[in-house]
Design a binder for this molecule. Structure first.
Ligand code: CMC
Length: 425
């Protein structure tokens, strides 16, 4: 039976239906609110606003739960691979062996990028940030590989192209930034191993593919693969709603992810930890983070949804410890991170504000151990988030009521004012 919320405004009473999700979370459906009452809702930052219903990802910020298509992320991190998780997110179910093999063949067949795209790279200033390059290169893909979006099979082709080529583009950007020749994808290597090889193989020092590193990268990507309606995913859905190409929508998602409050935090954490290690000023960093007049925040701490712990962080921290041990690496930043976490978690400010380390807090140390340079960290996040963006875009595209996203506002500027000619001002 449908529940309703009563809204009394002026002389009138309105009945607003309550909708309920699979896990019991509830929302007031206000889709007819303005038509009926003339009112809109105001929710800066959308903390109380559901922008869609979705069958893809469930997260519970109080209990620290994250599931893709119902499967806990902990199980996927332990038992799945990034490629299989990408299939799960995009197609809505775990693949059979044959489906996974077919998917691998398609990824392999689409892993090259047009040689002419190299010219773009070669003409970017060497100091360009790889996220800016990736965002524009993904948009440029459309000119080389026109989007095919009519039949299910054609959509799958565009989707697979993106998944496969973004990985190649990312590795290419690294090689070119170092002034090295690109390394081509290899048909005998699986998704994560292929990426590592394209990044680190060189004619003078062949890359030794270590299954421990491959597994760590795969888990890193699984942990980032989707996170429901976060900033970049909402950007993909919103830009996509204008019916731009999938490439353009993903390019917008990459640009949004770049920000330091979102995906850019993994790079910002390492910058912060390095600064603390060099200047031995941990206490000062904590005090600055608590000072309202100082814009500094403890990077890798806090989350809009998770208010007790971030389940991805737990897996990442455990993996960070075991990876460094297996690779026999001693990273001084790990000690700084652990000390910082310990102090912050005992501090009343962080306790009262429900601030805990998020996925990005230990992510950078994992990436450093793998050999990824700091300015590529957010690119790594982007490759991981790609299946989520695609799944969310596909879901909105498949919705028969797919609407242009167009929020309203409450205007608080000057009332109607006459134009003053320039000579009279
Ligand atoms: N350090 C110090 N204070 C903080 C922090 C922090 N990292 N995060 C939030 N606060 C304080 C903030 O100053 C505010 O205090 P008050 O209420 O006294 O004015 C309060 O907590 C709420 O902050 P908010 O910005 O309104 O909260 P939010 O839910 O919008 O913030 C956040 C979420 C992730 C933007 C924020 O916690 C933050 O800036 N964290 C650092 C950046 C970071 O690590 N981002 C990665 C997020 S996880 C990866 C991803 O999914 O993108």
């Amino acid at each position: 039976m449908t529940e309703f919320v009563k809204l009394i405004y002026g002389e009138k009473e309105y009945q607003l239906p309550v909708i309920e999700g699979t896990e019991g979370e509830k929302a007031i459906d206000i889709s007819k609110l303005r038509a009926q009452s003339g009112l809109i809702t105001l929710d800066t930052g959308y903390g109380n606003t559901g922008s869609c219903t979705s069958v893809i990802t469930f997260m519970d910020g109080e209990k620290g739960i994250l599931r893709y298509r119902g499967i806990p992320v902990e199980q996927l991190a332990e038992q799945s691979t990034f490629k299989e998780t990408a299939y799960l997110l995009i197609h809505g179910k775990l693949p059979t062996q044959k489906e996974l093999t077919d998917f691998s063949v398609l990824l392999n067949d689409n892993s090259l990028v047009h040689e002419d795209m190299r010219a773009f790279y070669e003409n970017y200033p060497r100091s360009s940030h790889p996220m800016g390059i990736l965002s524009s290169m993904v948009n440029a893909l459309r000119s080389f590989y026109p989007e095919l979006l009519n039949l299910e099979e054609e959509i799958n082709m565009t989707v697979t192209r993106l998944l496969s080529k973004v990985r190649t583009l990312a590795a290419m950007s690294y090689k070119i930034s170092r002034g090295h020749k690109m390394v081509y994808p290899r048909p005998d290597l699986a998704y994560s191993a292929n990426f590592l090889n394209m990044m680190f193989d060189s004619p003078v020092r062949p890359y030794d593919i270590d299954p421990v590193v491959v597994k760590a990268l795969s888990v890193f990507w699984i942990l980032h693969a989707d996170h429901e309606q976060n900033c970049s995913t909402s950007a993909v859905r919103m830009v996509g709603s204008a019916r731009v190409t999938l490439y353009a929508a993903i390019s917008a998602g990459i640009a949004a992810l770049w920000g330091p409050l979102h995906g850019g935090a993994n790079q910002a954490v390492i910058d912060m930890l390095t600064h603390i290690a060099e200047n031995k000023n941990m206490k000062q960093a904590i005090e600055r983070a608590k000072d309202k007049k100082d814009p500094f925040r403890l990077m890798g701490f806090g989350h809009r949804v998770y208010k007790t712990f971030d389940p991805r962080m737990k897996i990442m921290k455990k993996m960070c410890d075991s990876l460094l041990e297996k690779l026999n690496i001693s990273d001084p930043l790990l000690d700084v991170a652990k000390d910082l976490e310990e102090i912050a978690l005992k501090d009343a400010y962080f306790i009262d504000h429900n601030l805990y380390p998020n996925v990005d807090f230990y992510a950078g140390i994992v990436l450093r151990a793998i050999g990824i340079p700091t300015n590529m960290f957010t690119v790594m996040f982007a490759i991981g988030r790609l299946p989520g963006w695609i799944a969310q875009w596909k879901e909105s595209q498949d919705d028969p009521n797919w609407k242009l996203c167009r929020p309203r506002q409450i205007y608080t500027g000057p009332p109607e004012t006459d134009y003053v000619p320039i000579g009279e001002r």
